[in-house]
Design a protein around this ligand. Structure first.
Ligand code: SF4
Length: 85
């Protein structure tokens, strides 16, 4: 396993299973609003290369993806999200 890639941050609570969402919990501790969904600064991470020209994420490596959002969010699929930092 290589790393974590969070292309988006934020989510929409959709069920009672979201009541104890860890992302919302951490955002509250950081004075952030977990319902605000934005594209993160690491959105292009899988395309980034090292100084030697090789990709930072090598082919075949496992990456934990979207730990701070949900890929199935309609807003992510349709695009048009603001960029974050
Ligand atoms: S990240 Fe998961 S648990 Fe949290 S609000 Fe989104 S869907 Fe619910």
């Amino acid at each position: 396993m290589h790393d974590i890639w969070n292309p988006w941050h934020g989510c929409t609570r959709v069920s009672e299973g979201c009541q104890n969402c860890y992302m919302y919990y951490l955002d509250e501790k950081r004075d952030m609003d977990g319902s605000v969904i934005f594209r993160t600064g690491s959105f292009q991470y899988p395309l980034e290369k090292k100084r030697d020209g090789s990709y930072k994420i090598q082919s075949g490596e496992m990456v934990r993806v979207s730990m701070t959002s949900d890929f199935s969010l309609r807003r992510l699929i349709s695009g048009g999200l603001p960029h974050g930092t």
